[in-house]
Design a protein around this ligand. Structure first.
Ligand code: ADP
Length: 231
């Protein structure tokens, strides 16, 4: 369970990115976060990751108010989350295998666990045959699949995705969303910020619509619409 309770965020430059935002995502849900550029979607993701702190309000992860965590506890909190970004952020000089393995090394997994788990997760995203390739040898869709593998390799309870299909054409975006769907069916909660109206409309999941730092709408089986305009 992840939750915002009356969260506001004002950045140092005075921009109020979030204004009294409250919502809760239960275990196993798949939720889309939509809204125009600047509406506050990325800020929400950064607050869950403790990359930013709210100006006021509370952020809960599995019932724990994460603002009360000590600095040394934050890495443990981050393990509850896998994150996928629009710009893949892979290590360019590391193979596909090593990119995913690195995420396990940083949490102290043994070489044996790594040898067992990395091929498993690469198969899950359809990249078993590309383990020895380097990112530049892969298509955009394949690179994003490596990122998804990296995000889920430590079995996080929640997958946060910030415009994960923003750099992909529709067909490839579809493949990524199919993988997300399967990850969700296996029990992982998903919160995905997106501008891809056709994905949101085809999936009929819960949709939280942000407008100027506030929740404008929060609806099950929602369609993609922002104010009167669609993207
Ligand atoms: P979205 O992801 O919906 O595009 P963001 O959360 O990135 O929205 O941004 C919300 C608002 O906060 C925007 O006005 C943006 O310019 C501002 N903002 C985001 N990050 C920062 C930052 N680190 N410092 C100052 N302003 C920021």
């Amino acid at each position: 369970m992840i939750e915002f309770k009356n969260v506001s965020k004002e950045y140092k430059n005075g921009v109020r990115a979030l204004n009294d935002v409250s919502f809760r995502v239960d275990n196993g849900e798949f939720v889309f976060l939509i809204g125009q550029s600047g509406a506050g979607k990325s800020s929400i993701i950064k607050l869950f990751m403790c990359e930013e702190r709210p100006t006021s309000g509370q952020v809960f992860v599995d019932g724990v108010d994460i603002l009360g965590l000590k600095k040394k506890q934050i890495p443990f909190l981050r393990r509850s989350f896998g994150v996928v970004f629009q710009d893949f952020r892979l290590l360019p000089k590391a193979t596909v295998f090593d990119n995913v393995a690195f995420a396990m090394q940083v949490v102290g997994a043994s070489p044996r666990e790594i040898r067992r788990r990395v091929p498993e997760v690469l198969s899950q995203v359809g990249l078993a045959a590309r383990a020895r390739s380097y990112p530049h040898q892969l298509s955009g869709g394949e690179q994003q699949r490596v990122c998804v593998a990296r995000a889920i390799v430590n079995k996080p309870s929640v997958l946060l995705a910030d415009e994960p299909t923003g750099n992909l054409d529709n067909e490839i975006a579809h493949e990524i969303v199919d993988i997300f769907n399967e990850i969700n069916r296996n029990g992982t909660t998903i919160l995905m910020a997106t501008h891809a109206d056709w994905i949101v409309n085809s999936m009929q999941k819960r949709v939280i619509t942000m407008e100027h730092g506030r929740i404008a709408e929060d609806r099950e089986g929602g369609d993609y619409h922002i104010g009167n305009a669609s993207y």
